[in-house]
Design a protein around this ligand. Sequence first.
Ligand SMILES: C[S@@+](CC[C@H](N)C(=O)[O-])C[C@H]1O[C@@H](n2cnc3c(N)ncnc32)[C@H](O)[C@@H]1O
Length: 264
Amino acid sequence: MADLLRRAGERDRRVWMFDSFEGIPPPAQIDGPDALDWATNRNGPLYFDNLCVSLEEVQRTAVELGLISYVELVNGPFERTLSENRHRIGPVAVLRIDCDWYSSVRCCLDNLYDLVVDGGFVIFDDYYAYDGCAIAVHEFLGKRRLPHRLESVLGDENGIEGHQIALFRKGRTEWKWMSQVCRAHQEIAALVPLGSAFILADEDKWETGEFVLGHRRIPFLEKDGHYWGKPLDSETAIREVERLRQAGAAFIVFAWPSFWWLDY
Ligand SMILES: C[S@@+](CC[C@H](N)C(=O)[O-])C[C@H]1O[C@@H](n2cnc3c(N)ncnc32)[C@H](O)[C@@H]1O
């Protein structure tokens, strides 16, 4: 996350990292059998010394990566540090909750949910792994009567395929649409040679800028570089395609939901 901020040239945002740096507290009954098994099986491959990593080691790593100026490290139990520091954090774009057990997850939601901006993401690493995490999420949403839909995301963690997490987005819910448009942009970029212009018939629904990953996008219909509405009839469409072709457009992309093309 800090590296993304650096690459984006962001100077005013920080990654706030809260941890006791002492390993995780013991699980309780509510965390479920998998949690209790994990805690008793100290020789298990995922025990890693109770996930204990010192503050100094994390600081040293951040310095080595040149990222120390992008992070704020807060040392101590959430039960104290979150309420003490909440007022210093400011608006939160992504709240990533990766602390396993019911009481820790609840504590994070109770203290930090209200800081998440409209459109921000809340991510739960352990929603599928431990009962307590799932109970904390549902209890919090139920108590506040919040209608957020949980989405599950499959990814890999340290090369292990199939790591599944859950997330919800606060407020607006059109992020799936945005990610589809993003994927379509990547497909276009892979097919259209770099530097070529292409016509995008999307009835201006994609809200795409003038360039898509280095390719100039020409709206259809076009006037002075801007979208100019649907063609009146087939002749207009053909004439306009020809005009844009002569002006350098080498490709045409028909985008859902550009329904004019189905009718004509
Ligand atoms: C699974 S580890 C994840 C650490 C880190 N997010 C990462 O990916 O490397 C869970 C972390 O939550 C921390 N943790 C859990 N409950 C906590 C609490 N109540 N207060 C402070 N830290 C806690 C543990 O110390 C541990 O480092």
